[in-house]
Design a protein around this ligand. Sequence first.
Ligand code: FAD
Length: 480
Amino acid sequence: MSFSENKKSSVHHVVIIGGGFGGLYAAQTLAKAPVKVTLIDKRNFHVFQPLLYQVATGGLSPADISSPLRGILRQNKNTEILMGEVKKIDPKKQTVQLKYREISYDSLIVATGANHQYFGHEEWADRAPGLKTIEDALEMRRRIFIAFESAEKETDPKKREAWLTFVIVGAGPAGVELAGALSEIAHGTLKEDFRNINTKDAKIILVQSSDRILPSYSPVLSAQAKASLEHLGVTVLTGSRVIEMDNQVITVRRSDEIESIKARTVLWTAGMKASPMAQHLSECTDAELDRAGRVIVNPDFNIPGNENIFVIGDVANYSHGDKPLPGVASVAMQSGKYVANLIESRLKGKTIPPFRYMDWGSLAVIGKHAAVVEMGFLKLSGFLAWVFWMFIHVFYLLEFDNKLIVMIQWAWSYFTTDKGARLITTPGEHPTIELEEHGEKLEKEPLDELEENVVIKNLDSNVTKSYVISNHYVTLENNK
Ligand SMILES: Cc1cc2nc3c(=O)[nH]c(=O)nc-3n(C[C@H](O)[C@H](O)[C@H](O)COP(=O)(O)OP(=O)(O)OC[C@H]3O[C@@H](n4cnc5c(N)ncnc54)[C@H](O)[C@@H]3O)c2cc1C
């Protein structure tokens, strides 16, 4: 008999959508409660998003910052895990719809998170990938290391410079951390690995629309973070907004000035937009959404008029304090825990005190030796802050194996500057790839239907040829 059939009884059924910080903490808090829990996620693993930038820059491997959901919740005998994407919620029938299955709930917790936001320029997504999932991090890693490889092959100094120019848009914690790590790669990790380029010539430009980086931190720490980045060789452009992008150039407006930057690699860490589930919830429950598309929730995290539907973490706008709670992991964890306790108390006919967010502070790391930490009155920067950051991040990694591996990797990379995971493995195409054949310059034309069959035009002779690209080898198939 399956778990679902076995537990089909009067036991209260809590369905949780999303196995990120919010959903997972809710499930863990319900481990001993007299309920049946079904946790549904599109993926079979939980990702520790604060360390995604380390995967993007080759410092850690995907498995170091991810844990299988089944492994984490192995001991929770009242919990089943289903891998699948919830497409639809029916509040009247109290069901959620997976592709081939409908699941009933008594209480529903929606913890589907958020994505990055291109502020109406979705067409920039291909050119400037964001950083939200493991796949995003691998795509960034691919582009970063392809840029160095391409610069090594390039003979034209201007084109080489463009390959060695990296623009990061958005200077919140993720952008700052990415910029610091990229600089560390260029100035440390790779400095002896190439023969035709000096990787220290790489330009790393961090573009931020507001007048300071890390705007959610105090101005003093923002200024210290900026100084640390500049010390690492990063150019910080504050008060600057991206207004245009093409394959070669990114155009930035800075008050009245327009600057065109020739850069082959653009990485996006700006903005936040609620996951599509928020829009669906709004349609089926009349829930109000904020400008970022997040569901505006009651003080108990439920949706007005829907006492048994709770929305937590990044997909929720909780505005019952001075200002809406920020989209950070501690908000997701605490809201998940609170809602789980609330459900259990209600089942016992009890109430619990209103939710109070405990601000555990903000941390951002800048390269290998510096960080900024803000915890109430405590404001730290520099090396001490970096040690603090390191221990906090290792502490919150879910599994002991991950903690151990990450500690070893960091210790190794600290003393050697090495970053072992700098592999170019993921399939996909860089917007325009230049290939060389017998010294001729070739430019790739738009793809054929099949990714592997590529039509390439010789820029000098204007002759077009068809190639097969497989396993990193390019073979001439036939002349046209
Ligand atoms: C690059 C980066 C760096 C960050 N750094 C920090 C930091 O240093 N400190 C900090 O506190 N916070 C940081 N954050 C923010 C923090 O990671 C988020 O606030 C937190 O992950 C939110 O948790 P959540 O549970 O709401 O959503 P998530 O953790 O995003 O989880 C959402 C889950 O829902 C699943 N899902 C989505 N839609 C569906 C669906 N329809 N059906 C099934 N499953 C679905 C997803 O697969 C995912 O597993 C960072 C975020 C990023 C992206």
